[in-house]
Design a protein around this ligand. Structure first.
Ligand SMILES: Nc1nc2c(ncn2[C@@H]2O[C@H](COP(=O)(O)OP(=O)(O)O)[C@@H](O)[C@H]2O)c(=O)[nH]1
Ligand SMILES: [Mg+2]
Length: 192
């Protein structure tokens, strides 16, 4: 699939301000700093469409992008950095839950997991949430450039086991080394 255009639409901190959308939505979730914004930039082949940050926990907004005038990318806030989090449900951002409760036409959820760190409690919670809500999801193991070739497969398998999914549902990518783009675009193309 070709990405011909990618445009920023809006950022919202309040779900009431999120626009009503008819076209397909593809969502990106994961803890802060896992590489969501970098992945979106990589997929659309633009340097700065989604802002990338070296400071974890800064992105508390839902960012919406229109792709090919045909479907949306939804960059959800990072979870797991809430200082006030008392339990998993608390740190599983309210805004994320509200988004999933109110948005229709979500075609695929991409759960990003840092390949070096494996799946966290929040990632497990997110995957379970998708299963309960019947939301199709794929896990993307990010920053594969940080591991050697021989370390990648075992790390991918470990993530699949932790999330109780097949290893074929864990896509490996590196935005830095430009690896894994086609596989993700194929998933998107098959769901539009
Ligand atoms: N080595 C490496 N670093 C990455 C990769 N993707 C993102 N990063 C770095 O990880 C940090 C967080 O990335 P960002 O995309 O802002 O994460 P977000 O908070 O999930 O949106 C930045 O310093 C990026 O440069 C990758 O594929 N490889
Ligand atoms: Mg980001």
């Amino acid at each position: 699939m070709q990405i011909k255009s990618a445009n920023f639409v809006t950022s919202v901190a309040d779900i009431k301000k999120f626009p009503k959308l008819d076209m397909s939505q593809f969502c990106f979730v994961g803890k802060s700093n896992v590489g969501k914004s970098s992945l979106i930039n990589f997929l659309v082949n633009q340097k700065n469409l989604a802002i990338t940050s070296k400071t974890p926990g800064r992105t508390r907004l839902i960012n919406l992008f229109l792709i090919n005038n045909d479907f949306y990318f939804v960059d959800l806030p990072g979870y797991g950095f809430s200082a006030s989090a008392k339990n998993i449900t608390d740190s599983f951002s309210e805004l994320i839950e509200e988004y999933f409760e109110t948005s229709r036409s979500i075609k695929q959820v991409f759960i990003l997991v840092d390949i070096r760190h494996g799946a966290s409690e929040n990632d497990i919670h997110m995957a379970n949430f998708c299963m309960i809500k019947n939301l199709p999801f794929t896990v993307i193991a990010t920053k594969a450039d940080k591991l050697s070739k021989s370390e990648i497969k075992p790390a991918q398998q470990k993530i699949a086991t932790a999330l109780k999914i097949g290893v074929e549902n864990v896509a490996v990518c590196s935005s830095l080394k430009k690896m894994g783009r086609e596989q993700i675009l194929e998933i998107i193309e098959s769901k539009i």
